[in-house]
Design a protein around this ligand. Structure first.
Ligand SMILES: [Zn+2]
Length: 402
């Protein structure tokens, strides 16, 4: 028993060390083993042994160019291997399924957009599985798993979507059902948390361990990364901001009975509704058509989007006061197409300045991804898991460990 426990502990430590090395290489790019050792506080001998196993398993490679700095032997840097493994992300949106294949550095390898008339789970899953299969068949990367995301209340630990109001899903067994169809590990999370993970691993918050991703699109929500890990809350419901009371008033009453709910006042659907009421777009047009008008310089469309960005700014100020992040990343429709993030920033600064005497320390940045990057972000759910626990997803790593 003692022996078993000791071996389990050793394997935990080894797993942790692999994870630390991979995270550091993702963060810093090609790095000499000696520099890697000092960056993570490990002996060069250990780093050499562990990177050897990672190289044999195809997770890390020796970079082509040796680095010569000053005197001594040239150092051969090691880097994340982006040519052996990949992960797939699938995002389920209203009438849209976006499927992306990304490599281990989060770079987009292939992307498929499918338009779906139905919002029913089963036919959508079959469509997604066909896209996943197609990607696996037409690319050389070995796919380690699939990350799937959608809006609403998604429980990553059970793999269930409790509620997805836009698609009308209730208690949908997303992870299990998709796994049955594709035969690969499947992890699910909310699209907002997926976006936060993508920003953390290869986006605007790379290297930042405490930040908020605020998404304002068809749905509204925040993804939190604290101390380098996603914070999901006790019931995977953290960051659901749909009903947060905000400045402004919606033309329609929310299901909860209020007209001041964040999603109702500032979501894409309300923005499109207002644009329709103002005669800017027709009944069959949507929020993207309002963006197009704003880009073309239509003053009414611009004002509409700026007003929305102002509401988002005051809500951002509330989040900053509550959680004191290093950074807030703004994504979704509100960050497109012209720079409304500056309006968000100004509105937040005004609010914070009034309450904090000008001490608004958090930075507010636009998402590194466009509004259509939801598939890439879903891939980040799986990428995050691979980096946290490489041995779980790459069994070759256990076999090659010495
Ligand atoms: Zn409400």
């Amino acid at each position: 028993m003692k022996e078993l426990m000791r071996s389990a502990q050793l394997s935990d430590v080894r797993q942790q060390n692999y994870s630390t090395i991979m995270r550091e290489l993702m963060r810093s790019g090609p790095t000499a083993r000696t520099d890697l050792a000092s960056a993570i506080g490990m002996s060069t001998g250990s780093v050499t042994r562990l990177t050897g196993a990672l190289v044999r398993a195809g997770l890390v490679r020796e970079a082509a160019e040796p680095m010569t700095r000053g005197m001594g032997r040239p150092k051969v840097p090691v880097a994340i291997d982006d040519s052996t493994y990949g992960v797939i992300g699938v995002h389920f949106g209203l009438h849209r399924i976006n499927t992306c294949l990304i490599d281990l550095r989060g770079q987009l390898v292939a992307e498929l957009h499918a338009t779906e008339r139905t919002t029913n789970l089963r036919p959508l899953l079959r469509g997604a599985a066909r896209s996943v299969r197609k990607m696996i068949d037409s690319h050389d990367l070995t796919v380690l798993g699939v990350g799937a995301s959608t809006g609403g209340w998604v429980d990553s630990s059970s793999g269930q979507v409790h509620t997805q109001p836009v698609l009308g899903w209730q208690e949908a067994p997303l992870a299990e059902a998709l796994h049955d169809l594709v035969g690969l590990p499947v992890l699910v999370d909310s699209q907002v948390r997926a976006l936060a993970l993508a920003e953390h691993w290869f986006g605007a918050a790379a290297g930042v361990d405490n930040f908020i991703h605020l998404f304002v699109g068809n749905v509204v929500g925040a993804g939190f990364v604290f101390n380098g890990s996603p914070y999901r809350g006790a019931h995977s419901a953290a960051g659901g901001l749909d009903h947060l009371p905000v400045a402004g008033r919606s033309g329609q009453t929310c299901v909860c009975g209020s007209r001041r709910c964040f999603a109702m006042v500032a979501g894409d659907l309300e923005t499109a509704r207002r644009a329709r009421a103002a005669g800017l777009i027709t009944d069959d047009q949507e929020v993207y058509d309002v963006f197009a008008l704003a880009v073309a310089g239509n003053p009414q469309a611009r004002r509409l989007l700026q007003d929305r960005a102002g509401v988002v700014g005051t809500a951002t100020a509330t989040l900053i006061e509550l959680l004191d992040p290093e950074l807030v990343v703004i994504g979704g429709g509100v960050s497109a197409p012209v720079d409304h993030v500056s309006v968000v920033r100004d509105a937040a600064q005004d609010r914070l300045a009034a309450r904090r005497g000008g001490d608004a320390t958090a930075r507010i940045l636009a998402s590194a991804f466009g509004p259509h990057a939801l598939g890439i972000a879903a891939g980040a759910i799986m990428l995050d898991a691979v980096y946290r626990s490489p041995e779980t997803f790459v069994p070759a790593l256990t076999a090659t460990a010495s």
